[in-house]
Design a protein around this ligand. Structure first.
Ligand SMILES: [Zn+2]
Ligand SMILES: [Zn+2]
Length: 313
């Protein structure tokens, strides 16, 4: 038995003991072991969740839900034991958001997310959530976006370029960065002008530096934003994944129905058409596989999520 194989089996045993999450192989083992998708929006029918997972060879997922979804989550967990953990979100512009999220954590939610509202990243609504996440000792997954995808969409958690102040102010909060502005700022030349910048990455970008300097910041590799960032400059990507090997976590945020790109995979987002008809989970896992060693691939797709969620590994 290789040491990585042994480590994985030990990790799996720990996680199963602590959380009921089992390292099981998906129906088809495409990735040489179990994979946890950190960014998986819960689908209404329990079977639809598993249809996506099995279709792209992903064994486990973190369901992103609304705060009142505990019953629904329990039904999915009961039907598919060991495959799902969950995060909860609530409308943070409303005064009861803190109460709802606290209840969700009491009901078993392992974190806050996805938090995606039309507020500033350093505004009062999100500051309350950052503080509460630290108090409850759970991670908070935030969608950062400065450029609307459609005329009516708006922007979310704006002002990422000022985010260092927040990382300093809330050292006990475990932040998980996600979406367009988080990933566009991987390059030092980003100026909030387009959703998904293309071309070579200018070294010294804000996201790269914050991941290096702040132990309380993690990166969610999901969506077109994450996939695009890792596809722009292969030479950069290899080093970036090694540099932040303890901080980056695989997620898909894929909307396809079957794990093969079926349905409307990019939610009619014109800027993300490069992945239209494709499954983001498959695309990003293939990209990670190509850009890493097997040990690092395992860390990004399995071990790091367990560490973030404090369920072993
Ligand atoms: Zn998002
Ligand atoms: Zn998919």
């Amino acid at each position: 038995m290789t040491s990585s194989r042994r480590g994985f089996l030990q990790a799996a045993a720990v996680s199963a003991a602590l959380s009921g999450l089992k390292a099981q192989t998906a129906r088809e083992d495409l990735w040489g072991g179990p994979v946890l998708d950190l960014h998986f929006h819960m689908r209404r029918e329990p079977e639809a969740n598993v249809a996506h997972l099995d279709g792209c060879g992903v064994s486990n997922a973190n369901l992103l839900t609304r705060s009142g979804a505990a019953e629904q989550v329990r039904a999915v967990q009961a039907k598919y034991p060991g495959r799902f953990v969950w995060f909860a979100s609530a409308d943070i512009t409303q005064p009861d958001a803190g109460k709802l999220l606290t209840q969700a954590v009491r009901d078993g939610a392992g974190g806050f997310g996805e938090i995606k509202f039309h507020v500033e990243a350093d505004g009062p609504e999100l500051r309350r959530m950052y503080a509460l996440a630290a108090e409850l000792d759970v991670p908070i997954l935030v969608h950062f976006q400065e450029v609307p995808h459609t005329p009516t969409e708006g922007v979310f958690s704006t002002g990422f370029k000022r985010f260092e102040t927040i990382l300093k102010a809330y050292p006990k909060t475990r932040f998980v960065g996600h979406a367009d502005a988080f990933w566009a700022n991987i390059s030092a030349d980003y100026s909030n002008d387009v959703a998904y910048p293309a071309g070579r990455i200018k070294r010294g970008g804000l996201t790269d530096r914050l991941l290096s300097d702040y132990p309380n910041l993690f990166g969610d590799l999901s969506a077109n934003s994450g996939n695009n960032a890792l596809s722009r400059d292969p030479e950069f990507t290899t080093g970036f994944l090694v540099r932040h090997r303890d901080k980056l976590i695989f997620g898909s945020d894929c909307a396809c129905t079957d794990g093969n790109g079926g349905g409307i995979s990019q939610a009619n987002n014109p800027g993300a058409s490069r992945l239209a008809g494709k499954c983001v989970a498959r695309e990003t896992l293939a990209l990670l596989k190509k850009s890493t060693t097997p040990a690092l691939f395992r860390q990004l797709t399995w071990q790091n999520s367990h560490k973030l969620l404090r369920i072993g590994a």
